[in-house]
Ligand binder design. Structure first.
Ligand SMILES: Cc1cc2nc3c(=O)[nH]c(=O)nc-3n(C[C@H](O)[C@H](O)[C@H](O)COP(=O)(O)OP(=O)(O)OC[C@H]3O[C@@H](n4cnc5c(N)ncnc54)[C@H](O)[C@@H]3O)c2cc1C
Length: 373
């Protein structure tokens, strides 16, 4: 199989598929190479929360990046659903962050409220009574919290599928089960991707290999320090619906899904490429979940899973042109926020490739910062 395209994207997660979608909308011929199945790694394992406020205490540029990205969802979701026929279950319900007795969350949450308000987010402070009237199934240990009106959640698995379908409707090709193994360089430029199924010649390469980015970038002679951070989750189904909106606390996240289940998550473990669900973590997630919503104990554990988040050693994603190459870009390392950050990442990469524009506010994320690694 020898093919050619304008752009070849390695990695069919939410980042690679969103980039393919944006590029194909701009009339670019794209081939996406995915070693497994589209969306089957971190992007389908996620909780689907679109929660920029989680980043309020991090680097300010990262918070602004995810806030801008979250604000893009209401504009693109209706068109994506319309053209693909896939309901991505985007629910602008807001997110409830709660403090439990005896933890230090209350102070932290009021800080979040101030930071969010400073960036124009609507965040309301609530006492225990107000919280219980919104979510009666929450434990009595809840002592206060904040409700962030502008945050939302989405069915992340369906989102990736819809993006891939949207791109393929514009003639993007998706090669599943195709492993990118190396690159060909001609006169200092990327000229072709080598895969287990032959070569793909292209004008531009985009590396969107998630937790495998350090490994893949070795073929490009650069160290991009993005490695896996395992997240385990499980789903509990109850007959009465227990929650109206996602709940976040020091015990983790509880996300009500359209199928009636509650997704309970998630661990953050630096254990390499090990995707097991471990007995210890499953027991811990159940303990944490039932301590926040006791009635979850009456449900049944429907399934459990894990995914490998792309963790970058300095905590920032690597987005932009790869140093040492004229025509290679990277978009990886979104860690706990890759669903949230996917629209803006795709926009930035599309502008770089198609319009030759680089948004200076993205400089902090440039992979050039790793050039001396
Ligand atoms: C448990 C859990 C909960 C999460 N919750 C949230 C959340 O609520 N909100 C949020 O915003 N984010 C969340 N995240 C983070 C989010 O899922 C990730 O940041 C995001 O999915 C990363 O997308 P990606 O496309 O970079 O990586 P991936 O989805 O992992 O995609 C990378 C793809 O590259 C492919 N690939 C790698 N190497 C090669 C190669 N050599 N050849 C071909 N293909 C290759 C892989 O097979 C993979 O499919 C969560 C993650 C986990 C694990």
């Amino acid at each position: 199989m020898d093919r050619r395209a304008d752009v070849v994207v390695v990695g069919g997660g939410v980042i690679g598929c969103f980039i393919a979608y944006e590029l194909s909308k701009a009339g670019v011929e794209v081939v996406v190479v995915e070693k497994g199945q589209v969306g089957a790694e971190a992007s389908s394992a996620a909780a689907g929360l679109l929660v920029p406020l989680h980043m309020a205490e991090e680097e300010r540029a990262l918070f602004e990046f995810h806030l801008a990205s979250t604000r893009m969802f209401p504009a693109f979701v209706p068109a994506l659903q319309e053209e693909t026929g896939i309901d991505v279950e985007y629910i602008p319900s807001g997110i409830l962050r709660i403090a439990l007795n005896e933890d230090k969350e209350a102070d932290r949450l009021s800080q979040f409220q101030k930071l969010g308000a400073a960036f124009g987010m609507a965040v309301t402070s609530l006492d225990a009574r107000e919280i219980h009237s919104l979510e009666p199934e929450l434990a009595q240990a809840v002592c206060g919290g904040i409700f962030s009106h502008d945050e939302a959640y989405i069915n992340n698995g369906r989102l990736v599928l819809a993006l891939a379908r949207g791109a393929s409707l514009r003639k993007a090709q998706f090669l599943e089960g195709c492993i990118a193994t190396g690159v060909q360089r001609t006169d200092g430029r990327f000229s072709a991707l080598q895969t287990n199924e032959g070569e793909i010649a292209a004008e531009h390469l985009v590396v969107a290999t998630g937790a495998w980015s350090r490994v893949f970038c070795e073929a490009l002679d650069i160290t991009i320090p993005v490695v896996p951070a395992r997240g385990q989750m499980l789903a509990v189904t109850t007959i009465p619906r227990l929650l109206q909106r996602p709940i976040n606390s020091s015990k983790g996240a509880l996300v009500p899904r359209a199928d009636g289940s509650v997704h309970v998550g998630a661990t953050v473990e630096h254990v390499g490429f090990d995707k097991r669900n471990t007995p210890e973590a499953v027991a811990d997630l159940l303990e944490r979940g039932t301590s926040v919503v006791p009635a979850l104990s009456d449900g049944r554990v429907e399934r459990m899973w894990s995914g490998l988040r792309p963790f970058c050693e300095d905590g920032l994603p690597a987005i932009g042109a790869l140093p040492g190459w004229e025509n290679v870009s990277v978009a990886a390392g979104h860690f706990t926020m890759g669903i949230t950050g996917s629209p803006i990442t795709a926009k930035v990469i599309k502008e770089l490739i198609v319009d030759g524009q680089w948004d200076r506010s993205m400089e902090i994320f440039s992979p050039a910062r790793f050039v001396d690694c």
